[in-house]
Design a protein around this ligand. Structure first.
Ligand SMILES: [Zn+2]
Length: 346
């Protein structure tokens, strides 16, 4: 593409495992507008397709949608939040939910700069989300997402802490259950926090508990929501039951929060981050009861050097919308302007 760049706004994209979001970010006002959502042209839509072909499809889709968004003119800058680890050079190292577990690293930042004619920055989606909160958080914080998996990023001293090869922020793949029959993570390994304490992990734990104690299950609100059928339990029912104070659902959730609280105490005791922001579909669907239960677990375990009141102030809920990646990558671009854009940051 060539010609006059689009106005003084950025085109921002958020590429997840199922949904691609594209929007306009105005660095002068911080406003996000013209957001469109569509299925990602990756393995979710084309299961079984070889990884290199899926990589081509996804890159083509990003280029196409960025172009459609600005009427064919190159955007002033392009920011992409992407679901996978990214090197400091803008290399996508892996994309298990977008094009699968295998495949060579993809220089997405370079490819997009070349094909769109705009300086492109590619960052991990949770790194982008951390930049959203960096605008309002006065100090260091750790962002935790609890959805179908678990992820985290620590924001400290004006940057997200990861190493140049993209390691870090992967608490979801910390082994919290080393037993040989521990739940299977979507990365293929067993006993990872993301397999145990994610929305998917809580759902599996709820089903196990329902089968193990049929009487308690029958008397629970979850049973009422799924006609007493274990296979019909879903995360919506779990969240609704916990919100309603159902003891059965609450007890199951509490059990999965123990390893999550242990992970948090590990971060806290090792580097002293005192702010934890919870986001992700499952945590935010349960809402304040989720935060309260997690705080109770942190108080029970103890955060060395803190009193319970401090622990309560440590944990807060993020914004319950779908715009974290778009707003965050927009803010990151704004932060880097007017210095020349680098090709990426993890
Ligand atoms: Zn894992």
């Amino acid at each position: 593409m060539s010609g006059v760049p689009a106005d003084d706004v950025y085109t921002v994209l958020d590429v997840g495992g199922t949904t691609l979001r594209v929007g306009t970010y105005d660095p002068a006002t911080g406003a996000l507008s013209a957001v469109r959502r569509m299925p990602v042209d990756g393995m979710h839509r084309h299961p079984g397709t070889p990884v290199p072909a899926l990589q081509r499809r996804v890159v083509d889709q990003i280029v196409r949608e960025a172009g459609a968004h600005t009427g064919g003119r190159p955007p002033r800058a392009l920011g992409v939040a992407f679901a996978g680890p990214i090197s400091a050079a803008g290399l996508v190292l892996a994309a298990p939910t977008v094009w699968g577990l295998r495949g060579d690293p993809l220089p997405l930042g370079d490819l997009l700069t070349e094909r769109t004619g705009a300086p492109a920055v590619v960052v991990n989606d949770l790194t982008a989300a951390a930049w959203r909160y960096a605008a309002t958080e006065p100090g260091d914080f750790c962002l935790l997402t609890v959805s179908s998996g678990i992820g985290n990023k620590v924001f400290r001293g004006g940057e997200v802490l990861v190493d140049p090869d993209g390691h870090g922020g992967e608490l979801g793949h910390w082994v919290c259950d080393p037993s040989p029959d521990a739940p299977l993570c979507d990365c293929g390994a067993r006993g990872h926090l993301g397999a145990v304490a994610s929305g998917r992990g809580v759902l599996a734990a709820t089903r196990r508990a329902a089968l193990a104690d049929a009487a308690a299950f029958r008397g629970s609100r979850i049973a009422a929501l799924c006609e007493g059928r274990v296979e019909r339990i879903d995360n919506r029912a779990v969240a609704e039951a916990v919100r309603a104070g159902d003891p059965f659902a609450t007890e199951v959730l509490r059990g999965t929060l123990t390893p999550l609280a242990q992970a948090i105490t590990g971060v806290f005791t090792s580097i002293g981050v005192c702010r934890y922001i919870l986001m992700g579909g499952f945590a935010l669907a349960v809402g304040e009861p989720y935060r309260r239960l997690l705080v109770a677990e942190l108080v029970r375990l103890g955060c060395f050097g803190l009193v319970p009141g401090d622990v309560d102030a440590m944990v807060s809920l993020g914004v319950a919308d779908d715009d974290h990646g778009l707003i965050g990558v927009g803010r990151l671009l704004a932060e880097r302007a007017p210095v020349p854009f680098s090709q990426g940051a993890s």
